[in-house]
Each structure stands twice: as structure tokens, then as C-alpha cells.
Design a protein around this ligand. Structure first.
Ligand code: FES
Length: 161
């Protein structure tokens, strides 16, 4: 009788261990899948750009950069963040509109347009750029970034960010 109980006890313990191992394995598998998706998903995400309205061509004086503030929405799943980017619009003599970033390529300060010197000046370390964004002086290692632009039939300017 006691041997039978011991056998039943071993069977019950074995079954109990089997259930515990199964549940633990299932939890481990779910955690691995969730962690894998969380790690791998951003690498599959395509960087999306957006065309943002930035004013009208007629509001720009030729060769006189005008800063515009753009509202940029970044979406990541259910999360949404809003940035404000300052971009200079430069209307050329041919009416072509160029968009130049206001972020200095040295350490990221914001440049401003100096109409008397006809240069973009960085207040942080004296970086200077010409009207095309090319480095003229100071420590910046690269020209100011530029963005693609397009104009629709009503002369509305759009910038690709
Ligand atoms: S951040 Fe502009 S010159 Fe240093």
C-alpha cells in the first residue's frame, strides 16, 4: 500500500514538474518573441519623410533668406512626438527656392542670417556660412544641410523633411 502511494506520489510529482516546465517554457517563449519584436522592429521601419508647407514664393525677396518654423510630427507606433524645425528659405534670382537648415554642423547651435555681412552666423563658436550654406569661417566641418523643395501651381512651397 505504501509502495503504491509512493508510486502515485512520484507520478504526481512528475506530472507537476512537467506542467511547471511547460508553463515556464511557454512564458520564456512569449518573453523571447516580445523582446525579439521590440529589438528587430525598428530596423524594419522605413524612415518616412514628409512634405511640409512653408509659405509662398511671392513672400520671399530674392537672395534674402527667410526663417520659417516647421511643425514636424514623428510617429513611432502609437507614440507621436512633435518637433519644431527652423529652416531658411532662399529664393534665387531664377525664382528657384532652396531650403537650408538652421542647425550648425559644428555642435548643433542655431545659426541666424546677418543681412549686413550676408552670412549665416553661428553665435556659439563663430561659424560662418555663405548664402548657399557653404562654410566660410570658423570650426564647422560641413556645409549647412539642405532639403528638397517643390512648389505647386499656387506657388505654395513644400519642404521635404
Ligand atoms: S556650434 Fe556653431 S560654430 Fe560651434
Amino acid at each position: 500500500m505504501s509502495e503504491q502511494n509512493q508510486d502515485n506520489g512520484i507520478d504526481r510529482r512528475g506530472l507537476f514538474r512537467w506542467v511547471i516546465n511547460g508553463v515556464t517554457g511557454a512564458i520564456g517563449a512569449v518573453v523571447a518573441v516580445v523582446a525579439g519584436v521590440a529589438i528587430a522592429a525598428p530596423s524594419f521601419k522605413k524612415d518616412s519623410t514628409q512634405w511640409l508647407p512653408a509659405g509662398r514664393v511671392l513672400g520671399l525677396q530674392p537672395q534674402n533668406p527667410k526663417p520659417v518654423t516647421l511643425r514636424v510630427v514623428h510617429k513611432q507606433g502609437y507614440y507621436e512626438a512633435v518637433d519644431h524645425e527652423v529652416v531658411f528659405l532662399v529664393r534665387g534670382t531664377d525664382n528657384e527656392v532652396r531650403a537650408i537648415s538652421s542647425v550648425c554642423t559644428h555642435l548643433g547651435c542655431h545659426v541666424h542670417w546677418d543681412p549686413e555681412a550676408r552670412l549665416f552666423q553661428c553665435p556659439c563658436h563663430g561659424g560662418q556660412y555663405d548664402i548657399t550654406g557653404k562654410v566660410i569661417g570658423g570650426p564647422p566641418p560641413r556645409p549647412l544641410a539642405t532639403y528638397a523643395t517643390r512648389t505647386d501651381s499656387s506657388n505654395q512651397i513644400f519642404i521635404e523633411l
